[in-house]
Design a protein around this ligand. Structure first.
Ligand code: SAM
Length: 262
């Protein structure tokens, strides 16, 4: 029997940084990976991150939210020296397997929680990437500051942090009724906010076989995220919308922050 997701009697009360390891149960992760074809995902993302890292002259990258390895594998294929970290051992096992399957890469994996990153990961990097809306797993301001300070410490003096997030301002401000359903790769997976308040965005993931999974995330506002990065010492923070260099009136679904250490 595979373990099921466990949110207890009152799922909207689950607002805890360490809970992520219980949310990514193997059946959820396997389903996600089998439905979201990596080629399609790569097509929709384009070369945004690769181009950005090249533009910055980056050679070494620490992927702190490896998950099943999508970005780590892309980075290795593009020639970056990459170390793949994640707090979930199950995710890293899957990432390692995906690495060998997709392009014969041997991933250098390290299990590490961001709050204690320097304890478990060694070295200094030109760039740290924290992608796939991962940072919103942190539920307290203390944890967010701690994680950012750990990222900052592991960068070379002129390094950059690339961190993306869902546009929670739109979800919080447009209200519950105008919630938007996000479709991934056709109708295969739908993702929608099931419950939202200033301290929680509970996302519902529905699959074509009628199975349903959830993730409880902290709804990080864009300006707040930028302020935190600047508070821990990042000198300049540029924010892009939906992998584009500019965004105007229409709301992007995602933001990408590029924070410079120097
Ligand atoms: N970047 C991958 C992608 O886009 O497919 C994975 C994204 S997944 C939404 C978030 C990942 O962040 C999970 O693999 C989870 O285990 C990891 N994670 C969440 N909180 C963490 C923490 N405090 N420390 C280390 N890893 C964490």
């Amino acid at each position: 029997m595979q373990p099921a997701q466990e949110f207890g009697d009152n799922p909207v009360e689950v607002r805890e940084t360490g809970h992520y390891t219980e949310e990514y149960v193997p059946s959820f992760v396997e389903k996600w990976d089998s439905l979201i074809d990596w080629e399609k995902r790569a097509e929709s993302e384009g070369n945004f991150f690769i181009d950005l890292l090249r533009k910055w002259g980056v050679k070494s990258v620490l992927d702190v939210a490896t998950g099943t390895g999508f970005h780590s594998v892309r980075l290795l294929s593009a020639g970056f020296e990459t170390v793949s970290a994640d707090g979930s051992a199950e995710m890293l096992a899957m990432a390692f397997e995906n690495g060998t399957r997709q392009g014969g890469h041997i991933l250098r994996v390290v299990q590490a929680d961001w709050r204690w990153l320097n304890r478990d990961v060694h070295g200094e990097y030109d760039a740290i990437v924290c992608l796939g809306n991962s940072f919103t797993h942190l539920f307290s301001e203390r944890d967010r500051r701690k994680a950012l300070a750990e990222f900052y410490a592991m960068l070379k003096h002129d390094g950059i942090l690339v961190l993306d997030q869902r546009n929670y301002d739109a979800i919080l401000d447009d209200g519950y009724t105008s919630k938007h359903t996000y479709y991934y790769c056709g109708d295969d997976v739908t993702v929608e906010p099931e419950y939202v308040d200033e301290g929680l965005c509970r996302m519902r993931y529905s699959f074509p076989d009628d199975s349903v999974y959830h993730l409880n995330m902290f709804p990080l506002r864009k300006e707040y995220a930028r302020r935190l990065m600047s508070d821990v010492g990042f000198q300049r923070i540029q924010t892009y919308g939906d992998f584009q260099h500019t965004y105007r009136g229409e709301q992007p679904d995602f933001f990408v922050h590029v924070a410079e250490k120097e």
